[in-house]
Design a protein around this ligand. Structure first.
Ligand SMILES: C[S@@+](CC[C@H](N)C(=O)[O-])C[C@H]1O[C@@H](n2cnc3c(N)ncnc32)[C@H](O)[C@@H]1O
Length: 225
């Protein structure tokens, strides 16, 4: 089983300080929603975001959309050998059931995430939801996952081929990989401290979904239960 945790995921509802910004109100009105019930999205709210903290790492739901499509559609997931969690930049954790079929369409994906933030789970009112969200720090999440070894993937890590990294992972009983689902910038020191190993698998920064799909594919090749 491979545990995959996306950290610092740039996924959140529009913050209070931006609720009156014209770009937020316009988009909410067009979609017939309250501004507070819409996701922050840089492609729509770019100008409004200039005044919020850490803006360069926020408002990119498209990143986790791509990552989840790659991960959930993989043979590893279909064979129930992948467990996915999403930890957001504001300390929420989303547990993703392997059976989840995400909308391919980005706007429908955003609608689903809005419903998840507002109602706590999707679909609503069923015992075993496909996704559920709650306030939970990555430290708490790790206490639940109990990884035997925690590998942080970072362009600033120790250089290693993906092949070598995965050969170490598959020899572990309950390995866990951390992939950042944010646009750019250093991995925070809090995340760094948690990892047993920090590994770079390429000489430059790659997109989170490229790392996700390659890691999973390499794991599929080397993992023989
Ligand atoms: C756009 S990057 C974030 C940029 C950041 N400079 C970094 O890699 O630490 C998104 C995520 O993809 C993964 N990633 C990107 N390039 C990588 C590389 N060369 N080696 C390992 N992981 C990488 C990391 O998990 C990273 O947090």
């Amino acid at each position: 089983m491979l545990n995959l945790i996306f950290f610092d995921t740039a996924l959140e509802l529009v913050p209070f300080s931006m609720l009156n910004h014209p770009s937020v109100r316009r988009n909410a009105k067009r979609r017939n929603k309250k501004p507070a019930e819409t996701l922050l999205d840089r492609s729509l709210h770019h100008y409004g975001m200039t005044r919020i903290e850490n803006a360069e790492r926020r408002g990119r739901p498209d990143i986790i959309h791509f990552c989840l499509l790659e991960a959930l559609g993989s043979p590893l997931n279909k064979e129930n050998r992948l467990k996915i969690w999403v930890n957001t930049n504001h300390g929420y954790t989303i547990e993703v059931d392997p059976e989840t079929r995400l909308p391919r369409d980005y706007n429908r994906f955003k609608g689903l995430m809005e419903s998840l933030f507002i109602n706590g789970q999707v679909p609503q009112n069923i015992g075993a939801p496909l996704m559920s969200i709650r306030k939970m720090s990555i430290e708490k999440l790790l206490q639940k996952v109990k990884p035997s070894k925690l590998y942080l993937l970072s362009s600033h890590g120790e250089p290693s081929s993906l092949d070598n990294l995965v050969s170490k992972m598959v020899s572990n009983e309950n390995p866990c990989a951390l992939v950042g689902a944010y646009p750019s910038g250093q991995v925070s020191s809090d995340i760094h401290k948690l990892a047993d190993e920090v590994i770079s698998v390429y000489g430059e920064t790659l997109e989170a979904w490229v790392i996700t799909s390659r890691l999973i594919y390499e794991y599929e090749k080397q993992f023989h239960p």
